[in-house]
Design a protein around this ligand. Structure first.
Ligand SMILES: Cc1ncc(COP(=O)(O)O)c(C=O)c1O
Length: 383
């Protein structure tokens, strides 16, 4: 047998998963500020859509790209975000799988993908899984977006992954910043993956409409894959339903090959649930308002000294504990052991050895408000 290092061995383990496991094994109930699991339950319309699909016998395989009626409805939802034709929309089992499949469809040997220094660990893991490597752009350190991209440019870069609103940063990119990313990518013939999982939770600023920037180009020159999910706005985390659009027919054909080789098809009844969820617009308004209210209260409780970046969107706030510890990974374990509060250490969200990695922790804003505030009060008292 050929020996060598399996690609899977290179996937970095995320310390988020370790905290998750520790919380699972904790002997007492835990106030969970370390994970994004929404308090607001999925819309009743979606529950009904799922049950009806089962009762009506919609249990057979569909094609790898998903249910036609859902493509049409999603293309309509994205009318103001890239105007994709339904045949460039892919329904996926969660948006994680969409990102993974897109990366596989664009991977080339020796290729590199640019991520923000502050990033969601799964993005890094997924790039590694394809055999490509990551370059980290120092966005937000005072340089312009173009300068940050220039600082990590190479001839091997095949894509930039942008996540707005960001996990864990809570940052919302301005249209001017998105334009800089897009112009840089087009100039260098690099693709863009726009992860818009938290698009329904923009509190300050404008939602990301990266794919609109592509409309100024002929189809063959378009660069933006845009990625969305039912997990966040529609609270359907466990249903595993996401979707993505490809920039043109060629990219769509390659992504179809990956999905056909991987999936067979996304769950049929879950897609009917998604179709029904799209009609539940009041749910999105309610959910947005709830998380926004929690954000305001949590940011208020923490105060300027502890909030690392004021979250303009998304489900999380980054807290700077540099005045209290030089190792937030150990500190997170200690907080769990001593006061039964789960918090996510910053180490997983930054490149190894980054100077702020051991100062930061991430707290969630999407859980039940009173228990979240109680957890934050206990944490600040502990500090
Ligand atoms: C930035 C980001 N993208 C994508 C996802 C994936 O969500 P899902 O696979 O549930 O659609 C998450 C989930 O936490 C996330 O934080």
């Amino acid at each position: 047998m050929l020996t060598g290092t399996e690609r899977s061995r290179n996937i970095p383990l995320s310390c988020l998963h370790e905290i998750h496991r520790l919380v699972g094994a904790h002997p007492r109930p835990v106030t969970a500020l370390h994970v994004g699991e929404p308090y607001i339950r999925m819309p009743e319309e979606a529950v009904e859509g799922y049950c009806r699909a089962l009762r009506d016998g919609h249990t057979a395989y569909l094609g790898a790209r998903g249910l036609g009626a859902l493509h049409e409805a999603l293309a309509e939802r994205l009318e103001d975000n890239g105007k994709p034709s339904p045949d460039r929309v892919f329904v996926t089992p969660g948006s994680c799988q969409a990102i993974s499949a897109i990366l596989q469809s664009i991977a080339v040997d020796g290729g590199e993908v640019i991520l923000s220094e502050l990033h969601w660990p799964m993005h890094f893991q997924q790039v590694t899984m394809t055999g490509m490597t990551t370059r980290f752009a120092p966005f937000g350190d005072g340089r312009s977006v173009t300068e940050a991209l220039d600082a990590c440019a190479s001839d091997r870069v095949v894509a930039i992954l942008v996540n707005s609103p960001g996990n864990p940063s809570g940052q919302v990119w301005t249209e001017a910043e998105l334009r800089e990313v897009h112009a840089w990518a087009v100039r260098r013939r690099v693709l863009v993956i726009s992860d818009e999982a938290y698009e329904d939770f923009v509190f300050d600023g404008e939602p990301c409409r990266m794919a609109n920037l592509d409309l100024e180009l002929p189809p063959e020159d378009r660069v933006v894959f845009s990625v969305h999910t039912f997990s966040k706005g529609h609270s359907m985390t466990g249903c595993r339903l996401g979707y993505a659009t490809a920039p043109n027919d060629d990219r769509a054909a390659l992504l179809t090959r990956v999905q056909e080789a991987t999936l067979v098809a996304p769950s049929t009844p879950v897609q009917y649930a998604g179709l029904a969820a799209l009609g539940a617009t009041a749910h999105l308004t309610e959910h947005h308002a709830y998380v926004r209210g929690t954000r305001d209260a949590v940011v208020d409780l923490l105060g300027d000294k502890l909030v690392h970046l004021a979250p303009a969107g998304g489900w999380y706030v980054l807290v700077d504990l540099g005045a209290f510890t030089g190792d937030t990974y150990l500190f997170s374990k200690q907080v769990l052991a001593d006061i039964d509060v789960g918090i996510a250490p910053g180490r997983g969200f930054l490149p190894e050895g980054h100077p702020t990695a051991d100062r930061l922790v991430r707290l969630t804003l999407c859980a039940e408000r009173e228990s979240t505030l109680d957890g934050v009060r206990r944490l600040t008292a502990y500090l």
